[in-house]
Design a protein around this ligand. Structure first.
Ligand code: GLN
Length: 474
């Protein structure tokens, strides 16, 4: 399979009969065999995909144009999403041998649409990180430059698409984990409006922030995958019915707001240049660029690193050595908990559980957790105000291109990679990262992405601008 396959291309080849799902799945196994020893995008590949491909090949012959939209399309899935009968490890020792007993809602929907699930992708442990260096099973390398990280936490999903194994992979995004790896690997990465996609069957990180979405080679593919996965679900009470929101309209040209005050410190020169080139191209294409102020947005990182660990500490309390996964013996019940959690969790996960427990503890709750949650409300109001004046907000997706392994020794420098992405999760709005440009680093060409942010439930507007500025160029 050549590196840049889209679902649309595969489908038209299937329809023409020039390629079959079996050919594509065999090619997938070949690419993995040739490249994944070095890249390590996958924690597991699913042999049963071969059988499914045979069935899909026959079905395609029978159904032709009326075949379901993803029939015979190979899709890789981040390993914190439950697939019945397969391991769901969240790249943690804690869940190393945990086998899912049911399908996540999004998995059910992908299957119904005919997708072939081909493997589980690597990630930062429990989705905490920006590089996949926090995986308990070893990092993933960036296919563009193997001395560099693919981003994270959905780094395995990004690498799987970037190395040409699959046209699309599913990731999760709590603070940027789809958009940042997409930016590092030259892909489209989309984080839906909070509640647009069911979280049933996702291993929770921050329940008020988590959403699942695609990493793909085109905006049209991301839109297709989203249309299959999204919608109300009785099993996740936070899912929303799109129709209850005022429609966010699609326009010929948009008014796009840029928070330039937010683009001053700690941003790589190459990223800034790529961003400004993109802005100039938008103006040439007839879009209107206006400067906006988002002072609270710029403080999102501080609020995120209080709210998110608070939710992490609560969500991960269930991994106690009794109910799920790893269980270490001990003299009494408390020792079982302590030994299991000490051995099962890596350092970053422990750090966040400690932080979260602290900010929720009596005496500190109001000072930290309460304040961060209040800041989220104000950020939402600030953003709503801005969206009365502009249709979309544009920022870089990340402050740097893909960084080198071990480049950041302290956690804070890594957290700063999330500066543009976390405010989006804190406010629940949708955003998409699209490849904008490339920069030269150490003789390698590295991709740089830009992030478009739309108002609440304005997902279609993101797909529209993405297709205008990106799909038309590929
Ligand atoms: N890099 C961010 C973090 O470490 C985002 C993680 C995510 O979106 N899952 O929290």
């Amino acid at each position: 399979m050549p590196t840049k396959h889209t679902i649309a291309e595969l489908r038209s080849k299937y329809l023409a009969g020039s390629v079959t799902p079996t050919d594509v799945i065999e090619e997938f196994f070949k690419v993995v065999k040739e490249s994944d020893g070095e890249i390590h995008a996958f924690l597991e590949v699913y042999e049963n995909a071969r059988e499914e491909a045979k069935v899909a090949t026959l079905k395609f012959k029978e159904l032709g144009e009326s075949a379901p939209p993803l029939l015979g399309i190979p899709i890789a899935v981040k390993n914190n999403i439950l697939i019945k009968g397969k391991k769901a490890t969240a790249a943690s020792r804690m869940l190393e041998n945990y086998v899912a007993t049911y399908d996540a809602t999004i998995i059910e929907r992908l299957r119904e649409a005919g997708a072939i699930l081909v493997g589980a992708t690597n990630m930062d442990e429990f989705a905490m990180g920006s590089s996949t260096e926090n995986s308990a099973f070893g990092p993933t390398k960036n296919p563009q430059d193997t001395a560099r990280v693919p981003g994270g936490s959905s780094g395995g999903s990004a690498a799987a698409v970037a190395m040409g194994a699959v046209p699309v992979a599913i990731g999760t995004d709590t603070g940027g984990s789809i958009r940042q790896p997409a930016s590092y690997c030259g892909l489209v990465g989309y984080k839906p409006t909070y509640g647009a996609v069911s979280r049933y069957g996702l291993i929770a990180m921050g329940s008020s922030l988590d959403q699942a979405g695609p990493l793909a080679n085109s905006v049209a593919d991301a839109e297709l995958i989203h249309s299959v996965m999204s919608g109300l679900d009785d099993r996740d009470a936070t899912t929303i019915d799109d129709n209850t929101y005022p429609k966010v309209d699609i326009k010929e040209t948009y008014t796009i707001g840029i928070p330039r005050h937010f683009l001053k410190e700690g941003i790589d020169e190459g990223v800034l240049q790529a961003f400004e080139t993109h802005v100039a191209d938008l103006e040439k294409a007839g879009h209107k660029i206006v400067e906006i102020e988002l002072p609270l947005f710029a403080k999102g990182l501080a609020a995120y690193y209080v709210s998110m660990p608070a939710e992490v500490s609560s969500n991960l309390a269930r991994f106690d050595g009794m109910r799920y996964g790893l269980s270490e013996s001990g003299d009494d019940l408390l020792a079982v908990y302590e030994n299991s959690r000490a051995k099962g969790f890596g350092n970053e996960v422990k750090r966040r559980i400690l932080l979260g427990t602290y900010v929720l503890s009596s005496g500190y709750y109001d000072a930290y957790y309460g304040k961060a949650e209040a800041a989220r409300v104000l950020m939402r109001e600030e953003l709503n105000q801005v969206f009365t004046k502009v249709d979309l907000v544009l920022t870089p997706s990340a402050p740097t291109p893909a960084f080198r392994f071990g480049e950041f020794a302290d956690p804070l420098s890594v957290y700063k990679q999330d500066i543009f992405t976390v405010p989006v999760n804190l406010t629940g709005v949708p955003a998409i990262s699209i490849p904008a440009c490339t920069v030269q680093c150490d003789g390698k060409t590295l991709p740089v992405g830009v992030q478009y942010i739309a108002p609440h439930a304005g997902d279609l507007r993101l797909f529209d601008i993405g297709k205008k500025v990106y799909d038309s160029t590929i």
